[in-house]
Design a protein around this ligand. Structure first.
Ligand code: FES
Ligand SMILES: [Fe+2]
Length: 413
């Protein structure tokens, strides 16, 4: 369990909150590159409760600015995307992606333009992802972009997809730390996929509803970027890494040459997040028979890769097919989606969105929740250390060697 005070400390990320201050120290993925065309209308995004526009100048440079015009706050979503910068349509201020005020018709022609902050943010673009540094003066200046395991790869080796989820940003991370639930919630989905024989020993415990699972042993340890943990069970050993403040390397396929995956959970506000799904292969361009393309190639809209799930509310039991459960066709009642990945997300989102605002002081945690406890403690300690004046945990590390691992323990019948 987590005290109410610490729960609030790590889940709320609005301006002025301790977690919000810390999270703004790190580079944040804000939009897939393909969502902004050169010279096209700026794209509105909300991150940690703050509104921004993302755009690409006619020359191709990506920019991220506060949505409110620095003059008097008109929305720059309506701004003209002119050569070298955005021009507000209200009084015509023009601002470069670098933040320089290029023109201000509100001032006399020969007036030196004032040294004002225009609300432009440093940008890094690569692998089809636009990242921004959203820190303020109080958070200092932008650190160099932090290398991750896929950020030096050609675009052909990486694929990303995003979706909005209706829960606090911590829920998607918690469900990744909670490796055990895959043995129950995703049991049938995994068994019905090519992953099945890698996931289950065939000699495990069995619920009286026929779900056969392998009880795991878990280990976790702190690292200079967050924490690492391993899950050992009768079928496999998987290794995971949490990178501050919101990145999770997740074991997806056995074998050293297989595609690797990570997820990033970026708060929109305290009840919504953008979930980034990123797959990559360090050894070769993504292949049609690899996990990434097998699961994403048929998805029509990678900007909303969970579109197929439709509306998920209490009124429709978050999309559960109760008839399939009643007829004994399905344990959890989610299935039949385009790919294994989407079936797994259907199951995950149903349970994590159904949690609502979690009061973590009222839980009864179990031994298999140990990585979850470690993750929460990592965040609590990191926020408190930052508030004491220490450097943001892992912000300045080279993390290009950090990735998940998946080893099948023994051959399955
Ligand atoms: S509000 Fe944008 S130029 Fe005045
Ligand atoms: Fe899951």
């Amino acid at each position: 369990m987590l005290s109410k005070a610490n729960n609030q400390l790590i889940t709320e990320t609005g301006q002025g909150t301790p977690m919000g201050r810390l999270m703004r120290e790190y580079w944040v993925p804000v939009l897939r590159s393909s969502q902004v065309e050169p010279g096209a209308a700026p794209y509105r995004v909300t991150v940690m409760g703050d509104k921004y526009v993302v755009f690409r100048s006619p020359g191709g440079e990506a920019g991220v600015m506060n949505e409110a015009c620095p003059h008097r706050g008109a929305s720059l979503a309506m701004a003209r995307n002119e050569e070298a910068g955005l021009r507000c349509i209200y009084h015509g201020w023009k601002m470069a992606p670098s933040g320089r005020l290029l023109d201000a018709p509100t001032h006399s022609a020969d007036a030196p333009l004032p040294e004002i902050k225009t609300g432009a943010h440093p940008v890094h673009e690569g692998q089809g992802i636009i990242w921004a540094w959203l820190g303020t003066g109080a958070a200092g200046t932008a650190p160099p972009f932090r290398p991750l395991s896929f950020t030096d790869l050609p675009d052909s080796h990486v694929i990303s997809a995003t979706a909005v989820v209706n829960c606090n940003w911590l829920h998607p991370l918690e469900t990744l730390w909670d490796v055990f639930h895959a043995q129950i919630l995703h049991n049938q989905t995994n068994r019905n996929s090519s992953r099945g024989s890698a996931y289950f020993s065939g000699s495990g415990r069995r619920t009286d509803s026929g779900i056969e699972f392998d009880y795991p042993e878990m280990r976790a340890h702190s690292t200079d970027y967050g924490f690492a943990y391993a899950n050992h069970d009768a079928a496999k050993t998987t290794h995971f890494h949490f990178i501050m403040p919101f990145i999770q390397h997740h074991a997806i396929s056995p074998g050293a040459m297989a595609d690797k995956g990570l997820q990033i959970s970026v708060p929109i506000d305290d009840d919504h997040a953008v979930l980034w799904m990123i797959f990559y292969n360090r050894h070769a361009p993504l292949q049609p028979d690899g996990f990434a393309m097998q699961n994403l190639a048929s998805i029509p809209n990678l900007n909303d890769f969970l579109e197929e799930l439709g509306e998920r509310t209490a009124d429709n039991r978050w999309g559960q097919d109760r008839g399939a459960v009643d007829r004994g066709e399905s344990f959890a009642g989610f299935g039949g989606k385009k790919t294994t990945l989407i079936n797994i997300f259907a199951e995950d989102l149903a349970v994590i969105e159904s949690q609502g605002r979690v009061d973590r002081s009222r839980e009864y945690l179990a031994p298999v929740d140990m990585a979850l406890v470690k993750g929460r403690k990592t965040l609590v300690d990191a926020v408190k250390a930052y508030e004491r004046g220490e450097a943001p945990l892992g912000r300045d590390c080279d993390l290009s060697d950090i990735e998940a691992g998946f080893d099948v323990v023994k051959a399955q019948p």
